[in-house]
Design a protein around this ligand. Structure first.
Ligand code: CA
Length: 243
């Protein structure tokens, strides 16, 4: 694969395709208008069944997916897209309403890449979409490296070492794996279940399966203000993107 030295620029030079699946006409219009203005190629559907066939036909780079939809709900659509080998690399951003935190957790569990909560400003939406597309490129092309760097935080898996602001931080094995996993996807939200299964893997015995305990441990040891690991209420955690 080609190096991605100039990847950040390349991402937006080719026209990226976005499919919007949203049943509220006003929101659909705002989303569509703002993304087109940013140079994206935009397709839209106002119900779940149509939306899914549009995704299969257009093979977009990213899908903006409302959760409550007629026809087929967002969670089902998300899981179908991520299970199909032709569309599994499609990035999915869920568009959620207040009070849908448990659906966000479900969505992340079936492979959604991020979410944005209503109400949002067009500026916020465009920024989120671009960030997810950028992350998608990085995830695809960064080779497994021993070292992960997020701002002043460096994690070296080979040396089993965490350095924050030039100071070494001593973590337990579980804390280390959790932090390493979140640091390879800065800015992305993970549910507790995802952190348990993906960060830990099947071959590791986690003595305490309570993620909150480990996160508290990491925060205590990493003196950073505001804390590097953010709690996303009702959903899970994310490592702030301080790069
Ligand atoms: Ca809806």
């Amino acid at each position: 694969m080609r190096p991605i030295a100039s990847g950040k620029n390349i991402v937006f030079m080719s026209k990226k395709k976005i499919v919007i699946i949203e049943d509220e006409p006003d929101i659909l219009e705002v989303l569509s208008y703002n993304l087109k203005r940013e140079g994206f190629e935009v397709f839209s559907a106002n119900n779940g069944t149509l939306g899914l066939s549009l995704v299969n036909k257009e093979l977009p780079d990213l899908v903006l997916l409302d959760l409550m939809l007629p026809g087929m709900d967002g969670i089902e659509i998300c899981s179908t897209i991520k299970k199909n080998s032709a569309t599994q690399n499609t990035l999915i951003v869920m568009v959620t309403a207040k009070g849908e935190e448990s659906d966000i957790v479900l969505g992340l569990g079936v492979g959604a890449d991020d979410y944005i909560a209503k109400p949002f400003s067009p500026k916020e939406l465009v920024a989120r979409v671009k960030a997810v597309l950028r992350r998608g490129v990085l995830l695809d092309s960064t080779p497994e490296s021993d070292q992960v760097q997020v701002g002043s935080l460096t994690i070296d898996t080979g040396k089993y070492e965490v350095i924050l602001d030039g100071k070494e931080v001593s973590l337990t094995a579980t804390e280390f794996r959790l932090l390493r996993y979140m640091a390879s996807n800065p800015g992305r939200v993970f549910s507790r279940e995802q952190l348990l299964s993906r960060a830990m893997g099947d071959d590791v015995v986690v003595v305490d399966r309570n993620i909150d305990v480990h996160i508290r441990g990491i925060r205590k040891k990493m003196d950073f203000d505001p804390p590097l690991i953010e709690t996303i209420r009702g959903v899970g955690y994310r490592l702030r993107d301080i790069t």
